[in-house]
Ligand binder design. Structure first.
Ligand SMILES: Cc1cc2nc3c(=O)[nH]c(=O)nc-3n(C[C@H](O)[C@H](O)[C@H](O)COP(=O)(O)O)c2cc1C
Length: 188
């Protein structure tokens, strides 16, 4: 099993990363971590879009611009970890998504315009932690779930979250341990 860990956590002591690492210990396979904070990952601006369109037109998918998409294409299991930021996830993760959705490489379209996956991802885990409470799952997890389901045909998707970590008086250790129990339960 090839496991791809997309780490969109930026704090050194990130609790989201800690939970994701706890989960990763339970998975069997070769783990490749992409730490987005350490990557020089770029949003698709006019210059990159032009280059990207040319590469796609020429089916030149081995270009470095598609390295994240190629990693995803080889993966069996994907683990995404991002803190809950501004009711959603970090912008680094959104930039990563721009880089993996490559028509002709990671997905295509059928005659009716419906996306068809060109990946073979079997399972996705989405891990997040929030300082307060997650108001609407659809802005973070829901978006990621729909994207992986729509473009990569992933149906088996797990959501792991710990909330209320920055609320004064809350016991962070208990909240984190409960999230770890949730992870344990996934493997029973
Ligand atoms: C830029 C930023 C935006 C945040 N936005 C929210 C938010 O909208 N709602 C919330 O409950 N917590 C918010 N938080 C708090 C984080 O969700 C919380 O501290 C989280 O546990 C951080 O994860 P980490 O320990 O993995 O870094 C925000 C924190 C930062 C730094």
């Amino acid at each position: 099993m090839k496991i791809l860990y997309i780490n969109a956590c930026v704090r050194k002591e990130s609790r989201t990363n800690k939970l994701a690492k706890y989960l990763l210990e339970k998975l069997n396979g070769n783990i490749k971590e992409i730490n987005l904070d350490k990557e020089n990952i770029k949003p698709i601006d006019s210059k990159l879009l032009k280059l990207r369109d040319e590469l796609i037109l020429n089916k030149n998918y081995s270009d470095d611009l598609f390295k994240y998409a190629n990693d995803l294409k080889e993966s069996d299991i994907v683990v995404i970890a991002s803190p809950y930021w501004d009711l959603s996830f970090s912008s680094l993760l959104k930039i990563y998504f721009e880089n993996i959705n490559v028509v002709g490489l990671t997905f295509s379209y059928d005659d009716m315009g419906k996306p068809i996956s060109l990946c073979h991802i079997k399972k996705l885990y989405y891990v997040t932690t929030a300082g307060g409470y997650i108001m609407n799952d659809e802005f973070g997890f829901g978006y990621v779930k729909t994207m992986f389901n729509t473009f990569f045909n992933v149906k088996d998707i797990e959501y792991i979250k710990a909330e209320g970590l920055d609320i004064y008086g809350n016991n962070v250790d208990i909240i984190m341990n409960n999230a770890k129990i949730d992870i344990d339960n996934l493997f029973k």
